[in-house]
Design a protein around this ligand. Structure first.
Ligand code: AMP
Ligand code: GLY
Length: 412
């Protein structure tokens, strides 16, 4: 098959790498300097030349790219703008979950002018307080705090537009949950969902879960501490009911569904849905896939998924290498050294996220999260050792990374 991957980060590199490993031809638009097959041609220009489109990031999905490509006759894996509202509007997502009977945190939605009611609702909550802006905010729209005054200030800033402007004045206040987090992935064909792996992310920038939140500093998969059958339970009690509720609203959801959960003492509860694969979760789940992923996604895109996805028992650990001052104000333009050395290791793959072309085929940093370094191994600790061996060979001025990705997983 000739597959076009839309996007420019580590997730899209991992998608392209998987399709290519399985014998498909791949073009990535726009891709980046570290992804083979990147092209400056836009998705709409490639319609005639592709058997399948796979759209990586949420922004083009929310913006209706899948609808436009389908209207032009393409086979597309990725929801239309209607389904992408699951990620584009937290208020709408929570409403749908309630309708579907999916376990989630108690919540209420407030709009501009409703500050008094919002503060009254907040007063009924116990810490941790959780306030989310309704729309897409590039991972910056969620405040989780034990400090009531800070929570009240966040509510005021969201509703007045001080935080996200006039477009971001709707917010959701929800019950604070506790427990380990888990990301579970599914592939949907409009009526049916099948599991496609799970992973644990590390969102804070610093070791020991300290410092500000980021898009993700590292991941591992599988998650050996999960009770047997938990993923199937989540498919049955959360993911499939969500697809059913979408279908009941006339939404033909064909794409990845990323279910973000908290494993609370009262059972798993859905924190959020994303309408795409996670990044850097894709970097650890996709290298574990043994099924022909492009064939499965083509089935789902055509509305007739009739196979599951098989993953190897081997483990993958991803360590994100970030540029100086990420996440606040990442510095760019630093030359990356040691990539070839890392590539020479067995069981290592390095996915390029925020990179630009440098002199003589070298790469320069061009974003906050620059590289996703993945190690594979028979166990999570073995994969972790391999990943950090590769990390130790790569450097640039100001590069930083966490040293404790997957450290909590002991030897089996
Ligand atoms: P979200 O974008 O909704 O996934 O939120 C980002 C992060 O905020 C999550 O990964 C959690 O760490 C945290 N978070 C979100 N909702 C809650 C909640 N109800 N209780 C506790 N933490 C939460
Ligand atoms: N790593 C979290 C996300 O992709 O949203």
């Amino acid at each position: 098959m000739r597959v076009v991957v839309v996007g420019s980060g580590g997730r899209e590199h991992a998608l392209a790498h998987t399709f290519r490993r399985q014998g498909h031809e791949v073009v990535v638009t726009p891709g980046n300097a570290g992804i083979e097959g990147s092209t400056t041609a836009g998705p709409e220009d490639l319609v005639g030349a592709a058997d399948l489109f796979v759209i990586g990031p949420e922004a083009p999905l929310v913006d209706g790219l899948a609808d436009r490509l389908r209207a032009a006759g393409a086979l597309v894996f990725g929801p239309g703008a209607d389904g992408a509202r699951l990620e584009g509007s937290k208020a709408w997502m929570k409403e749908l979950l309630a309708e579907a009977g999916v376990p989630t945190a108690r919540h209420a939605t407030f709009r501009a002018g409703e500050e008094a009611a919002a503060l009254a609702y907040l007063a009924t909550m116990a810490p941790p307080f959780v306030i989310k802006t309704d729309g897409l905010a590039a991972g910056k729209g969620v405040v989780v705090t034990d400090d009531r005054a800070e929570a009240e200030q966040a509510v005021a800033d969201y509703l007045s537009g001080a935080a996200f402007g006039a477009a971001g004045t709707t917010c959701v206040i929800e019950e604070g949950l506790t427990g380990p987090e888990l990301s579970v992935f599914a592939i949907c064909d409009g009526t049916r969902a099948v599991l496609c792996g799970s992973a644990q992310d590390h969102k804070r920038v610093g070791d020991g879960d300290t410092g500000p939140n980021t898009g993700g500093m590292g991941t591992y998969s599988p998650v050996p501490t999960l009770p047997p059958g938990l993923e199937d339970d989540i498919l049955r009690t959360a993911i499939q009911p969500t697809v059913d509720a979408l279908a009941a609203r006339g939404i033909d959801y064909r794409g990845f569904l990323f279910c973000g959960l908290m494993l609370t003492p009262a059972g798993p509860k859905v924190l959020e849905y994303n309408v795409r694969f996670g990044d850097p979760e894709a970097e650890v789940v996709l290298p574990r896939i043994e099924s022909d992923l492009a064939a499965v996604l083509a089935q789902a895109a055509g509305g007739h998924l009739d196979t599951g996805v098989v993953l190897t028992d081997r483990a993958a650990v991803c360590v994100v290498l970030a540029s100086e001052h990420y996440p606040a104000s990442p510095r760019t333009g630093d030359p990356i050294a040691g990539l070839d050395d890392a590539h020479r290791l067995d069981d290592v793959v390095v996915f390029a996220a925020g990179v630009a072309p440098g002199p003589d085929g070298t790469l320069l940093t061009a974003g906050g999260r620059v590289l996703a370094v993945v190690g594979l191994g028979d166990t999570v600790p073995a994969a972790r050792a391999t990943a950090y061996d590769a990390v130790g060979r790569i450097t640039w001025p100001g590069m930083h990374h966490r040293t404790d990705i997957a450290a909590a997983v002991g030897a089996p």
